[in-house]
Unconditional design. Sequence first.
Length: 458
Amino acid sequence: MHLHNTLSGRKEEFVPLDPNRVTMYVCGPTVYSYAHIGNARPVVVFDVLSRVLRRRYPNVVYVRNITDIDDKINAAAKKEGVDIRVITDRYAAIYHDDMAALGARDPDHVPRVTEHLPEIIAMIEKLVASGHAYEAQGHVLFHTLSYADYGKLSGRDEQALMAGARVEVAPYKKHAGDFVLWKPSADDQPGWDSPWGRGRPGWHIECSAMADALLGETIDIHGGGHDLIFPHHENEIAQSTCAHGGKTFARYWLHNGFLNIDSQKMSKSVGNVLLVHELLKTIPGEVIRLVLMTGHYRQPVDWNDEVVGESRKKLDRLYGALRELADVEPAAGVGAPDAFIAALEDDINTPMALAELFELARAANKAQSADEKARIKAQMLDAGQLIGLLQMQPADWFALATAAADAPGADEIEALLAQRADARQNKQWAESDRIRDDLKARGVLVEDSKDGQRWRYL
Ligand code: AMP
Ligand code: ZN
């Protein structure tokens, strides 16, 4: 198996430190709002990688954290007048459901920063004791000049960079590139007791501490979007390596390219931010997943109506081939073709793997003998499972596609849900159930949660 390592800038053979325990850490979301479609890209990419690794190795431990301490969370909580926990629990749950709808399996561990403060504080204490960090005005900072390899991942020469930059440097910093490990909290801000007073951790230290706590000092694979290379991952390396007496932190660094909308960068100022939660109301999760792996993970990917439409048609074709084989029992002991696996093991080459899958669909349509049909069906299902596609019954896929075509629009659904809310208020449970069942028959799933009624297209 080969993976492109950002650290060396080339594709390398993947050899785990311990083949009986392969470890992977991926930086997860900051939960203060809904995830956008760009945030879903690393989730799908590393879900595929975890599946491919699990096929080869008996024990893969995949960790993706939840950042539940952050100033954006504090701002959102303040705005609603609630505890940060209300915000983080709400958006962590929505994130989980949205990513599950894209076929992403749960990582083995989903740690939250608030559950790991003792480890974070202990790691900062180690860095201070070993002279890699210092306390200044209630802050603790990592001293980047104390780590000779600082800048190696991103290829930045931090000193030269900072010397030329006209940035305002906080007066308590020894060096412009030094970054915060711990900062003081005002009385009205969330805070935790520490040797440096009541405060909260900086962003970077949380990943170093949680990776250590759950996976150990040296991990095999570390992933995230390429925007995280600097400063986040550069800082994670500096902290972990210095806290662990110079031991390698992560052996393979993988970074996905960005997702653009209609060839434009997604941004609030352009107003083209697409939320997964909204997209799922009209586009099946499997279609979204396929769009996200149509290109190679390191390349940019463009989201537009055309690729969404093409992905729907591609799934029609694949499920169409499987529908023709509905009465065929898949051959026992037959898995995905070698070429399909080889493509995925060659730096997760999903475009090539998908080409192999379409080849199988073509072969299925031409297959004559019962043996051949049984073999192809087994190959298609196993290949699909490895990349998280084709796990529905073909009939269900086509029912879903048809339902999506004549399902009621959002306005009509909202109006019916308002009627249902009235019925529930008046304890007319039969009427409430009737509206819910009618919507389900028309392809809309309604769920009752503590935040009220939630709906999505089936
Ligand atoms: P954030 O919550 O902003 O830290 O982002 C969570 C993950 O989504 C990180 O791995 C980011 O690198 C990734 N990400 C953010 N925006 C995009 C985008 N437009 N395309 C691909 N990945 C993205
Ligand atoms: Zn991280």
